[in-house]
Ligand binder design. Structure first.
Ligand SMILES: [Mg+2]
Length: 133
């Protein structure tokens, strides 16, 4: 597994491309897909320590996507991308298994910190698992 891989899921081209650009600039390997379905295809081929997903998407939305990930995976760090007008509350996001959320539009510093924290948390989770073996 590449230690600096991030999977971005967003159905809006502009947001997806912006995220890809910003995260690449920060030195991460970014795969950006436009739907939860495409994300699952990517996840079959490769593991990602950190996933950032938009919430409002056609077909499967971000909440359902995260819930499905959590059926089999409690280690991957999943971050929600929320808009100011989204009707999801933070408690609900935590309930389905999100680790964090970013509200659009966000500052580069905020994104950077959230991703750093995400990778740190992933390392912590996988270390704990290794120790238990
Ligand atoms: Mg959307």
């Amino acid at each position: 597994m590449m230690e600096n891989n991030i999977l971005v899921v967003d159905d809006e081209d502009y947001h997806r491309e912006l995220m890809q650009k910003l995260l690449s600039k920060l030195g991460y390997e970014v795969e950006a897909v436009e739907s939860a379905e495409d994300a699952f295809s990517s996840l079959e081929k490769q593991k990602f320590p950190v996933i950032i997903t938009d919430l409002i998407m056609l077909e499967m939305d971000g909440v359902e996507f995260c819930r499905k990930i959590r059926e089999t995976d409690n280690k991957t760090v999943v971050i929600a991308l929320t808009g100011h007008t989204d009707l999801y509350d933070i408690d609900r996001l935590q309930e389905v298994g999100f680790d964090n959320h970013l509200t659009k539009p966000f500052k580069m510093e905020v994104l950077k910190q959230a991703i750093q924290d995400g990778f740190e948390e992933f390392r912590r989770r996988t270390d704990i698992q290794d120790d238990a073996l």
